[in-house]
Ligand binder design. Structure first.
Ligand code: SF4
Length: 322
């Protein structure tokens, strides 16, 4: 394994599992109990998947209501079929029973994927898992939507599948949590992490840099907090402002600013110093969605990552060095 200054998710998988991984992201028709002020209509589904979805379902039908179980299963099947159609190389691996080079996960990405009755959750998870030879599940949710019966259900799946929960925190600072309408505090995040870890479920924390008037020092406090919990991964996001979101109002009034990519890289690099060295980084930069108002970064993601890595090199920063 080559030397690295930070632990990327792909290196983490190579070390822990001996192979890389692939995720098939879906919108399984869930709701959220509230609306974070920065969240897009697609409920944080990846832009690629959101565009794929809007090609198969009229947008007005997709987000104005959520479906009954039968319709949700159809929605999931459409997305899985479409994904394999677009990724023929992966399909061949699985259909022909060739020796797999990658682990394949179904990724419940959009909205809050534990916010339903447990019998509905089980029916949806079982159905999605039946559509291909999946090795595990990635599942996006919130700390306040992990009641004991849901965690017990996930524990049952963990006996057969590798289970990862993507858990939104964003920041530990209460004034910011109130501002973005998260409806939970850092303590509930900590309780959720402890519960999941006890039940053999891995956790990825989501963090946003640049919310409200948070300084780099405040971002670092969030990273120190998650580093002291037994999480397995983190996703960093740079805040961006989408049309039709609540946060746009605050941006227009000058209450919410956005970071330049140079400033973001600088903050991210500082955060990396404090991130425990065995926590895998699943994301360094957000994927800008169509309809992004700000910031306008005239640079592609590959170049951003190169600049970030060069910055670590120049400043001699390694993950977890402090
Ligand atoms: S919990 Fe996630 S998906 Fe739901 S509104 Fe907040 S950011 Fe969006």
């Amino acid at each position: 394994m080559e030397n690295y200054r930070y632990l990327s998710a792909s290196n983490y998988f190579k070390i822990k599992y001996g192979k890389s991984f692939q995720r098939l992201p879906i919108d399984a028709g869930f709701f959220c109990p509230g609306r974070c002020i920065y969240c897009s209509a697609s409920g944080s589904l990846s832009p690629v998947q959101a565009s794929l979805l809007s090609n198969i379902i009229a947008k007005e039908n997709l987000y104005n209501f959520r479906y009954n179980i039968g319709e949700r299963k159809n929605l999931i099947k459409l997305q899985v079929d479409e994904y394999f159609k677009r990724n023929q190389n992966i399909l061949r691996f699985y259909e022909n029973g060739l020796k797999r080079k990658k682990l394949l996960y179904i990724y419940f990405q959009a909205f809050t994927n534990t916010y339903d009755k447990t019998e509905n959750l089980a029916e949806i998870y079982d159905y999605a898992l039946s559509l291909a030879d999946f090795d595990g599940i990635f599942l996006g949710t919130r700390p306040d939507c992990l009641l004991d019966d849901v965690v017990n259900l996930l524990f049952k799946y963990s006996k057969k599948y590798d289970i990862w929960i993507e858990l939104g925190l964003q920041t530990i600072h209460d004034r910011t949590l109130n501002y973005i309408n998260r409806m939970h505090d850092k303590k509930s995040f900590q309780i959720a992490v402890e519960k999941l870890q006890k039940n053999n479920i891995k956790v990825i924390a989501h963090v946003i840099l640049g919310l409200l008037d948070e300084t780099a020092e405040e971002n670092i406090e969030t990273i120190k907090f998650i580093s002291n919990l037994s999480i397995n991964g983190v996703k960093f996001h740079n805040l961006y402002i989408m049309k039709n979101t609540e946060i746009l109002k605050y941006y227009e009034r000058g209450i919410q600013k956005v970071l330049s990519y140079e400033d973001y890289i600088d903050r991210l690099s500082q955060c990396i110093k404090y991130l425990k060295s065995d926590i895998a980084i699943f994301r360094l930069f957000s994927d800008f969605e169509p309809g992004t108002i700000a910031p306008v970064w005239d640079i592609n993601k590959t170049l951003l990552i190169k600049k970030f890595e060069k910055n670590l090199e120049q400043l001699n920063i390694n993950q977890g060095m402090i």
